[in-house]
Design a protein around this ligand. Structure first.
Ligand code: NAD
Ligand code: ZN
Length: 362
């Protein structure tokens, strides 16, 4: 097990990463004599849940659990109410601790419930999907969906500890693994060429979840995200580079009615569009674009669309992206692999051209 420190002015914390390391000692100093509520994903298989419960229960003063069905529909104010109602019913104090065990949905829900219960209580995350391990559990963004938009109601609230056990990934469907890998690859693309090259060399083993490479890949990825987050906890500047490929990606999810493409699949295609755009605006080399495309192919990640996507439709879908500033769309572009920046004020023709040259059906 290895630890990555997240350094934030008031809210520093540790992320422990390893293979089957969760034990009573892992939680020492965190839960003793506290009221603990475990919020878990009902899809988590029996042994993982019972192992976690068997550690948490004896340590805590009072122990409750809530199992939720992880879906975007349930990532809602109603689920937050269910959690808060139980906490109030059982008289949990401001010293209580919430523990989230599940993917990004449970992490975001548990974090937002903790952020808002009695103006904020502590929480610990045990992410169980690759996407949650390298992305959703790092950085302190918590949220629920609103009928008017995804993640529209939320708060910045940092956990006090994150525990990443890579053995939990063994039961995760392949499509979910790939979705997480897209975000890992993105971390290399925007910030660290050495990590990107290392991924290129080890992509087969990582795709197959080989240890210790998988833990190492997650650790490197978490370090990159936490370095960026540490510089800009509330996303007023540099943190925006983490959205590379996401302005296009969110629009692809939307035109696919959130059914055809999952988040990672849409972001992978979005990264290809953003790379084409970077060729036009930043002279990103053709060789760099090629490397990005081939790492996706080697990882078994789709680089073509399922059906033809109309560039105008996609452009309209982008207008509803919440990250637009004022009326202008902004984009993260690459100068080269490892160096990203934000630009805005692009004309529509340039964006349409990037879409048309990158998003082609197979
Ligand atoms: P998810 O939580 O829905 O998990 C995906 C699927 O895998 C679900 O069906 C879940 O039940 C199942 N699952 C979870 N762990 C499993 C395991 N170990 N074995 C087998 N099945 C398992 O989705 P996700 O992809 O983890 O996260 C997506 C969510 O994360 C979105 O709501 C997104 O908005 C959010 N997110 C948040 C941040 C952030 O910074 N807060 C960043 C990225 C994404
Ligand atoms: Zn993403």
């Amino acid at each position: 097990m290895e630890t990555v420190e997240i350094e934030l002015s008031e809210n520093s914390y540790k992320i422990d990463i390893g293979y089957q390391f969760l034990s009573k000692e892992t939680f020492s100093g965190l839960l003793e004599n506290k009221e603990v509520l475990l919020v878990y994903d009902k899809n988590i298989s029996g042994p993982v849940l019972s192992h976690t419960e068997s550690i948490l229960k004896p340590l805590s003063n009072e122990f409750l659990t809530i199992g939720l069905e992880a879906s975007e529909e349930n990532k809602s104010q109603e689920s937050i109410d269910i959690i808060h109602n139980l906490l109030l019913e059982k008289g949990f104090s401001r010293q209580c601790i919430l523990v989230g065990l599940g993917g990004g949905i449970i992490c975001d829900l548990c974090g937002f419930a903790a952020a808002t219960y009695q103006r904020g209580v502590n929480f610990v995350l045990i992410p169980t999907t690759l996407l949650a391990q390298v992305d959703a559990s790092v950085g302190g963004k918590t949220a629920v969906n609103h009928p008017k938009g995804k993640n529209m109601i939320g708060a910045f609230h940092q956990p006090i500890r994150v525990l990443i056990d890579t053995s939990f990934l063994l039961t995760l469907p392949e499509r979910e693994i790939k979705s997480g890998m897209v975000e890992m690859i993105k971390h290399g693309i925007i910030e660290d060429e050495d990590y990107f090259s290392w991924l290129e060399s080890n992509i087969d083993e990582i795709s197959a979840l080989k240890e210790p490479l998988m833990s190492e890949a997650i650790r490197k990825s978490v370090k990159i995200k936490s370095k960026i987050v540490s510089q800009d906890e509330r996303e007023s500047g540099i943190r925006a580079v983490l959205n590379f490929g996401h302005t296009f990606g969110h629009a692809i999810e939307l035109v696919g009615n959130y059914k055809e493409y999952n988040h990672g699949e849409a972001v992978a295609l979005g990264i290809l569009s953003a790379s084409k755009l970077s060729q036009m605006t930043e002279n990103l080399s053709a060789e760099n674009v090629e490397r990005i495309q081939s790492i996706f192919l080697k990882a078994g990640i789709r680089t073509t669309t399922l059906t033809e996507i109309d560039a105008e439709d996609l452009y309209s879908a982008m207008q509803s992206d919440k990250k637009k500033e004022g009326k202008e769309l902004n984009f993260i572009v690459l100068e080269k692999i490892g160096k990203a920046k934000k630009i805005n004020g692009l004309n529509k023709e340039t964006v349409l051209k990037a879409i048309k040259t990158s998003l082609l059906p197979s």
